[in-house]
Write a protein that binds this ligand. Structure first.
Ligand code: SAM
Length: 223
C-alpha cells in the first residue's frame, strides 16, 4: 500500500463527480500514484491529458506554488462541462482547452510533464501509439516525463462498448500486454519505469508507468 505523501487538499473540492474514485481516501492514493513518479520541481509545467474535472490541478495547487497546468479534454467528451465548471478556471496558473485546438499546441510546446490518468484504459493500442507520439518532443527534446495508467493482461483485449463519455473511440475497458508497453518504449529509445499500482473500483489494477529519456553517461563513468 502506498504511503500517501501529499495528504492535503484544498477545502471544498474533492473531485465532486467522483470519476473513478468517489471517496477521498481513494482519491488521495490515486493522485499520489500519478504525481509521485514525477520529478517534482518548482515552476513545473504540467499537462493533464484527458483531464475530466481537473482534480489533479487541485492536488497540485495544494502542494506546489509555482506550477502551471494545462488540462485538455476531447471536444466530444461529456466531461468537458466539468472542466468548464472547475474552480481552476479562475486560477491564473491553470488553463483548459480542447484536443485539436490552439491550446493543445501551446500545451505541448510549454509542458514538461504529462499525465494520463485512466485514459489509455479506454483506448485501443493504435490510439495509445498516436497519442504518445505527441509527447515525443517533450521527452526527447525537453527531457520531460510522461506518466500514465493502463490495465494489463497476458493477452490484448478490449470490451465492445465504445463511445464512453461521448468520445467515439473511447472503449469501456481496454487491456494492454506488458510486452506492448515494453516494445513501445524500446522502439522509441525511452526508459520505462513502473511505479506503485492503484486498485480502483472493481478488480482492475491500474498499473502506473513513466517514460523518460535515458540519462547520458559521462565519458569516464563506469556501469
Ligand atoms: C476515467 S476518465 C479519467 C479522468 C482524469 N484523467 C482523472 O484521472 O480524473 C478518462 C478520461 O479520458 C478522456 N478521453 C477518452 N477518450 C479520449 C481521447 N480519445 N482523447 C483524449 N481524452 C480522452 C475522457 O474524456 C476522460 O476525461
Amino acid at each position: 500500500m502506498l504511503t500517501t505523501k501529499y495528504n492535503y487538499i484544498r477545502e471544498g473540492y474533492v473531485s465532486p463527480r467522483g470519476i473513478g474514485t468517489p471517496n477521498f481516501a481513494d482519491f488521495l492514493v490515486w493522485a499520489n500514484c500519478l504525481i509521485e513518479p514525477m520529478t517534482i520541481e518548482s515552476k513545473m509545467t504540467f499537462l493533464d491529458y484527458g483531464c475530466a474535472d481537473a482534480r489533479l490541478a487541485n492536488f497540485l495547487a495544494a502542494h506546489i506554488d509555482s506550477f502551471k497546468y494545462y488540462g485538455l479534454e476531447h471536444p466530444k467528451s461529456e466531461l468537458v462541462k466539468y472542466s468548464n465548471e472547475s474552480i481552476f478556471l479562475k486560477d491564473p496558473r491553470c488553463k483548459f482547452g480542447l484536443l485539436g485546438s490552439e491550446m493543445e499546441k501551446e500545451a505541448l510546446k510549454k509542458s514538461k510533464y504529462v499525465v494520463l490518468g485512466s485514459v489509455f484504459t479506454h483506448l485501443k493500442i493504435g490510439d495509445f501509439h498516436k497519442m504518445m507520439a505527441k509527447f515525443k518532443d517533450i521527452v526527447k527534446k525537453k527531457n520531460g516525463e510522461v506518466v500514465f495508467s493502463v490495465f494489463i493482461k497476458d493477452k490484448y483485449e478490449f470490451e465492445s462498448h465504445s463511445g464512453v463519455y461521448g468520445v467515439p473511440n473511447c472503449i469501456s475497458r481496454v487491456f494492454y500486454t506488458e510486452r506492448q508497453i515494453e516494445q513501445f518504449a524500446k522502439k522509441n529509445g525511452y526508459v520505462l519505469q513502473e511505479y506503485e499500482s492503484f486498485l480502483a473500483q472493481g478488480s482492475n489494477l491500474h498499473r502506473i508507468f513513466k517514460i523518460s529519456k535515458p540519462v547520458k553517461k559521462r565519458k569516464n563513468e563506469k556501469n
